[in-house]
Design a binder for this molecule. Structure first.
Ligand SMILES: Cc1cc2nc3c(=O)[nH]c(=O)nc-3n(C[C@H](O)[C@H](O)[C@H](O)COP(=O)(O)O)c2cc1C
Length: 211
């Protein structure tokens, strides 16, 4: 039993099953993560909202969040936000998200999230720090809208696939993250753009309403 546990510890990664569902092993523990490959949608006039504490634990989720993710409020409150993490999301995007909000700035990002039943949905997220009167960060807030389908298909999905491949094609998580971060830097340098500029440029062609 101990040997199996140790083996699992080292074999962190993503396994695809014959039905295309995926089980994610993280830190030696089988996490309750499987995907169906079925996309689900929310409406153009809806906003998915959640708030977290400084550690990324959910302190608030609105009705749209709960409905699309398929969780009850009780199931999400005080849970880490990676509860809805989808295995197709590159880690370097979350690293950038956390680095940005922890330094007190806002970030826009395209994110694929996993529903409780294994389906997924894409969002265009605006994540901001919340401050108290003395300017201290007290938590974080994310508003998510329907993303532009053309931007997803033509830019975001191909980019994230490359970043994921770079992350998986390394001996360990640290090297994988470094590889995908270098890839993002090279990608932006080629376009002479900062990340936020790149994301906002993508959004300009009418972010909402595409399906
Ligand atoms: C306000 C806020 C909202 C977030 N929203 C999401 C989200 O919708 N989906 C997601 O996978 N991670 C979200 N995250 C990032 C998670 O905290 C976490 O970094 C990410 O899921 C990666 O998890 P991992 O480090 O365990 O791989 C959010 C973080 C904050 C601060």
């Amino acid at each position: 039993m101990r040997i199996i546990t140790i083996a699992l510890w080292w074999c962190r990664g993503v396994w695809k099953n014959t039905d295309n569902s995926t089980f994610l092993i993280s830190n030696g523990v089988f996490m309750d993560v499987f995907i169906t490959g079925t996309e689900t949608f929310f409406n153009d006039d809806e906003i998915i909202v959640s708030k977290t504490n400084l550690k990324g634990r959910i302190t608030y989720a609105n009705r749209v969040f709960l409905d699309i993710a398929g969780y009850s409020e009780k199931e999400v409150l005080d849970q880490p936000h990676n509860l809805i993490r989808h295995p197709d999301m590159p880690r370097c995007i979350f690293k950038m998200l956390w680095d940005t909000v922890q330094e007190g700035s806002e970030i826009f990002a395209y994110v694929i999230n996993r529903c409780k039943n294994g389906d997924h949905y894409w969002v265009y997220a605006h994540v901001t720090p919340s401050f108290d009167n003395s300017g201290k960060i007290t938590g974080y807030h994310s508003n998510r809208r329907v993303p532009d389908r053309k931007v997803l298909d033509e830019a975001v999905i191909p980019l994230y696939k490359e970043l994921k491949a770079a992350e998986q094609n390394r001996d360990n998580r640290k090297q994988g993250l470094e590889a995908s971060q270098s890839m993002v830097s090279a990608f932006l340098a080629e376009r002479s753009m900062a990340y936020d500029e790149f994301v906002l440029t993508l959004g300009q062609e009418g972010r909402r309403g595409y399906r």
